[in-house]
Structure formats: C-alpha cells, structure tokens
Design a protein around this ligand. Structure first.
Ligand code: APR
Length: 257
C-alpha cells in the first residue's frame, strides 16, 4: 500500500485524549542531541566497525576491553548531551495522551531525561552494567587496566544492552505485542527499520488496523505506512504539536460562541 492514505491534517484530527497510540523511536531521535546513529554512512557508529565485533557476546569474548571502551566512549557522549525538542514533545505527549506507549530502541536514557515515564527500553540502557556470566546488576564503573569485574561472581562486567544474537526479555515482548494489537495509531520515529523485532512493529500495528505514520529524515518505509513525514524528527514533532494545540484552541473557541 503506498503511503498517502491520509494527510497530516487528517492524522492530527485522529488524535484525542483516548487514542491508543504506540510510538517507536530509534537513533534518529537522538541524532539532534549530537549522538551518532548506527547506520548513517558518514559518521554512523558502525561505519568504523562491524556490529558483530562490538555489540555481540562473541565480540565481547574476543576483545572485552575494546567493547567496554566503545560503550564507555558512547556513554561519555550521552552524558555530554541533552534531550532535544523531539524527546521533550514525546514526554509532553505522554501526559497529553494517557493511552500512549513509548517504546525506544535507544539505550541513551534521553527520553527519561526529557521527562518520559514508564517507557519501554527494549534494547536496555548504556547507563547500567551487568556481569557477563550471571547478569548481576552493577552501577557503572570505569575500566582501569582491564574490564571491571562483578563484585559478586568476579565475571567481567558488560553494558546492560541487548546485543546481536541475544534474545529480548520475553515480558517486554509480550507487553509490546499487547500494545501493538490494541493500538489505533502507530508512529515510527528516527529508525531505519532494519533490526528485528522492532522492524516488524509497523506491520504488526497495521495488521491490527492502526493508522501508521513514519517520521524520518529519509523516505524509509513509505510503501508500508499510511503517512510518511520526511524531515527532522524534532521539527516535525513540533509542527504536529502546534497543530494539536491549535485544534484544541479551535475546539474551545467554537464552544465559546
Ligand atoms: N530526524 C529523523 N530521522 C533521522 C534523523 C533526524 N534528525 N537523523 C537520522 N534519522 C534516521 C535515519 O534516516 C535512519 O533511518 O534515523 C534512522 C537511524 O537508523 P539507525 O542508525 O539504523 O538506528 P536504529 O534504527 O535505531 O537502529 C536500530 O540497530 O544497531 C542496532 O541496537 C541497535 O537499536 C539499534 C538498532
């Protein structure tokens, strides 16, 4: 189905306080906070390494220090950055739309920093560590000579993120499955839609009869969604929020007559 089944104005009309909305975000929503995405050709995180070398248990076993240092470098960039307008508007939407489920593939914690609550971090968080053997949680500790070890079982500590080849938490997948089965509107914002299971969420939402919207700098997924809004995530979210507020004002003024 080609995109264009609905235009932006009609999409805004569909949004109300009872609308069941699922929002999926990817690295593109944090790009404007200065955090490199994974697959941007010129400076994407993968441009210098292969994902399997860095974001996989095999990569960690082969070179734990390289992997730990790469995540420490990414975490430092995150700590030096702050949420952008896109994160802030989604936090506002979390208040405005009580039946909104926010799912992020990002591990940077910027949605929480912008005020979003009870979001689903389906790929974990770069701010948490677990140990490689037993997944014992640990606060972040810097690597000195080697990779820090778990205080409880002495196995090496690694970021609490989902690596290639690792399974996602079943409970998280069940929660997401229920949200997709019941949603009326699905938005995919700043994601290339290349990594499953997140890449399949748009089709799952469509199968449930939801209106599907993609917000992306590139023309990603335009033949699978009802509306593609191409451009910067923060600019588009600001434009959508302005229309939502204008409509609200419109409703009040019509009542005022
Ligand atoms: N506004 C909107 N979209 C943007 C912007 C922006 N300012 N900047 C980049 N994008 C888009 C790109 O066009 C691209 O489609 O964001 C997307 C980023 O894609 P990826 O780098 O592949 O990141 P993501 O989709 O989140 O990757 C999914 O893959 O590597 C694994 O676990 C990792 O969570 C990650 C997953």
């Amino acid at each position: 189905m080609k995109a264009g089944k609905i235009d932006e104005h009609s999409f805004i009309q569909k949004l109300g306080p009872d609308t069941r909305i699922v929002v999926l975000t990817g690295a593109g929503i944090s790009a404007e906070s200065g955090i490199p995405t994974f697959r941007d050709a010129q400076d994407g995180l993968w441009s210098q390494f292969r994902p399997e070398e860095l974001a996989s248990p095999e990569g960690f076993r082969a070179n734990p220090k390289l992997v730990f240092d790469w995540y420490a470098w990414r975490r430092k960039k995150v700590l030096e950055s702050k949420p952008n307008k896109g994160h802030e508007i989604l936090a506002l939407w979390g208040q405005q739309f009580p039946h909104m489920t926010l799912i992020t593939q990002n591990v940077d914690g910027l949605h929480q920093a912008a005020g979003s609550q009870d979001l689903i971090e389906m790929h974990g968080s770069i701010h948490r560590l677990i140990c490689f053997k037993e997944r014992h949680p640990s606060p972040w500790v810097a690597a000195k000579d080697g990779v820090p070890l778990c205080m409880r079982c002495q196995s090496p500590l690694r970021p609490d993120v989902v690596w290639f080849g690792e399974m996602l938490d079943r409970r998280i997948l069940e929660h997401i499955g229920k949200a997709l089965a019941n949603c009326e509107v699905f938005l995919a914002i700043g994601t290339s839609g290349l990594v499953y299971p997140a890449a399949g969420f748009l089709d799952e939402a469509r199968a449930s009869g939801a209106l599907t919207v993609v917000i992306n700098r590139e023309r990603v997924g335009e033949d699978r969604c009802d509306l593609l809004l191409q451009g910067s995530a923060s600019d588009i979210l600001q434009r959508l929020q302005d229309s939502i507020q204008a409509r609200h004002v419109f409703k009040v003024s019509s009542r005022a007559r």
